[in-house]
Design a protein around this ligand. Structure first.
Ligand SMILES: [Zn+2]
Length: 58
């Protein structure tokens, strides 16, 4: 039995998810949430870069 680092509940299986460059072992529902938040974070980072006049490569 393994324990989820996020919600602290026991899970049969933990999924390794990379969040902000760090690997975390989470239960299935927390892993889904973490993946979702990660993609939102990437999007908002791109928005910030646009606002700062970051053009990227052409
Ligand atoms: Zn969990």
């Amino acid at each position: 039995m393994a324990q989820c680092k996020s919600c602290g509940e026991d899970a049969d299986e933990l999924i390794t998810v990379t969040v902000k460059g760090k690997k975390q072992r989470l239960c299935e529902s927390c892993a889904d949430e973490a993946k979702e938040q990660e993609s939102i974070a990437e999007e908002s980072e791109a928005v910030v870069q646009n606002m700062m006049g970051f053009k990227g490569r052409r």
